[in-house]
Design a protein around this ligand. Structure first.
Ligand SMILES: Cc1cc2nc3c(=O)[nH]c(=O)nc-3n(C[C@H](O)[C@H](O)[C@H](O)COP(=O)(O)OP(=O)(O)OC[C@H]3O[C@@H](n4cnc5c(N)ncnc54)[C@H](O)[C@@H]3O)c2cc1C
Length: 444
């Protein structure tokens, strides 16, 4: 016999835990405690919360808006984000005695710098609210049933079945597959009549051609402006920030941020490429003027002493084929042009990215247009909700992806609880009965 539950959440990551937690809290507010199960295949819960932000967990960002995301339309993303804001996140954690501090970049971390405190706060709040977490409990299949959904799982190596009135899919994407997020949730979404837009790794380091000189600078980081350009040289996506050279290619916040734009552009246009300026504060005219007026000064000295890290300056001079003893006076017009191009518009030959194993998030997923955003309920399958990274919304680096998980999880959980309460009250009197359970209360 399947175990019965009012709500089954598949996935106990950031979004699933929040969904289960808020479903339980809302049920209690409605004075109708419900049986809420959160199932997760992983033996260790919250792996991504624990590794996030280098073990410090970048919980959110001081200013989050739809402009920080890609995927579904900005309007759809905005309508989810505004239902559970950064202030709501900060208040939630403060109530669980996890104070957040803001760093100069705007990222918010726990004052203790311990991701474990963030995870423990959520797990304690979830259990206190009355939701039950079962793991390792790997869901293998979900199907519609007469009274909801039948969920087939393997729990501690034994088959287990659950019958749920409402189902919340919070299985994440494919990033960091060893955490348990391997993309199986997309199959569940498809089986329940959803489409899944093309998925690919985002916030992922990039691999450069073998033997590219930048790979020899492993460990060096510098400020740069980056741009994805079409084969036609049309400018597609700009960003600016820190770039880190590694033994395989490039990483660092700016590279992670631009990686999804390069991949997306290449899906449309295989000639799309990445262009890097290592002097992001200088225009071409300004640098041209500087080079023209160097006189007897060696160019290498100016680059190394005033403008760039020494090793980077040497490498860029080599890439521009400029002998290091060249002075402003001996620099030819062609050399000047080559140097300007190398310093300000260097095409970096990206062969691929490091894949889901090294990606922080998955681009693509279930389009938000297939959901009613007020409830995160499916428009394809009634009583099904989706939240978190399984949806087609991916944020830039800085805490935005967790804020998406908190907000969409909150909406899915509270809406599922309200719908169950509504059904319990409405059904004896007929579907049009005015419903006292529907709440307009603000979170949290
Ligand atoms: C290394 C790394 C660092 C990151 N750092 C940050 C950061 O500092 N700030 C930030 O905002 N974002 C960060 N992110 C991104 C962020 O962690 C994710 O966007 C977020 O965790 C997504 O939450 P989710 O609950 O939707 O999915 P997930 O966290 O992926 O959780 C999904 C859960 O579902 C479970 N699951 C999947 N399939 C099944 C199944 N069939 N049966 C049962 N369970 C299943 C998985 O085991 C997993 O626990 C980072 C990601 C990585 C990989």
């Amino acid at each position: 016999m399947p175990k019965r539950a009012d709500i089954v959440v598949v996935g106990a990551g950031a979004a699933g835990l929040f969904a289960g937690l808020w479903a339980a809290r809302r049920s209690r507010e409605l004075a109708r405690p419900r049986r809420i199960l959160i199932l997760d295949g992983a033996r260790t819960l919250g792996a991504k919360i624990l590794v996030a932000g280098g073990g410090r967990c970048n919980v959110t960002h001081c200013a989050v808006s739809e402009r920080d995301f890609n995927g579904s339309t900005p309007g759809a993303i905005r309508s989810v984000l505004r239902r559970f804001t950064v202030e709501d996140t900060t208040r939630f954690f403060a109530q669980r005695t996890v104070q957040l501090k803001r760093e100069p970049t705007g990222k918010l971390f726990p004052t203790t710098d311990r991701a474990r405190d963030v995870l423990d706060a959520i797990l304690d709040a979830t259990r206190e609210a009355g939701a039950v977490i079962r793991n390792p409990c790997r869901v293998e299949q979900v199907a519609r049933a007469d009274t909801g959904f039948l969920v087939h799982a393997v729990e501690n190596h034994k088959p287990a079945e659950f019958l749920a009135k409402r189902l919340i899919l919070a299985t994440g994407g494919k990033a960091l597959p060893k955490s348990g997020s391997d993309g199986q949730g997309y199959d569940f979404a498809r089986a329940l009549d959803h489409s899944v837009s093309r998925t690919f790794p985002a916030l992922v380091p990039l691999i450069l051609e073998k033997d590219h000189p930048l790979r020899a600078l492993s460990g060096l980081s510098f400020e740069a402006a980056l741009e994805v350009r079409a084969a036609s040289s049309k400018r597609l996506a700009p960003t600016r920030g820190s770039v880190l050279c590694t033994h395989f290619g490039l990483s660092g916040p700016a590279i992670l941020d631009i990686s999804r734009h390069l991949t997306a552009a290449r899906h449309q246009d295989p000639g799309a490429h990445l262009v890097l300026s290592s002097l992001p504060d200088l225009t071409r005219d300004q640098l041209d003027h500087t080079l023209r007026n160097l006189g007897p000064t060696p160019i290498a000295r100016v680059l190394k002493e005033d403008l760039l890290p020494e090793r980077l300056a040497s490498t860029l001079l080599d890439l521009a084929h400029i002998p290091h003893h060249t002075t402003g006076a001996t620099l030819t017009k062609d050399q000047r042009r080559a140097l300007l191009n190398t310093l300000l518009e260097l095409t970096v030959p990206v062969t691929s990215d490091r894949g889901y194993t090294h990606a922080e998030v998955t681009a693509g997923g279930v389009p938000l247009k297939e959901l009613t955003l007020r409830t995160m309920e499916s428009r394809c399958t009634p009583a099904l909700h989706l939240c978190g990274e399984i949806c087609d919304a991916d944020g830039r680096i800085g805490g935005f992806n967790f804020q998406w998980a908190w907000a969409s999880g909150y909406i899915a959980g509270t809406a599922a609880a309200e719908a169950i309460a509504e059904h319990a009250i409405a059904s004896p009197r007929g579907p049009n009965t005015a419903n006292p359970a529907r709440s307009t209360k603000n979170p949290p």
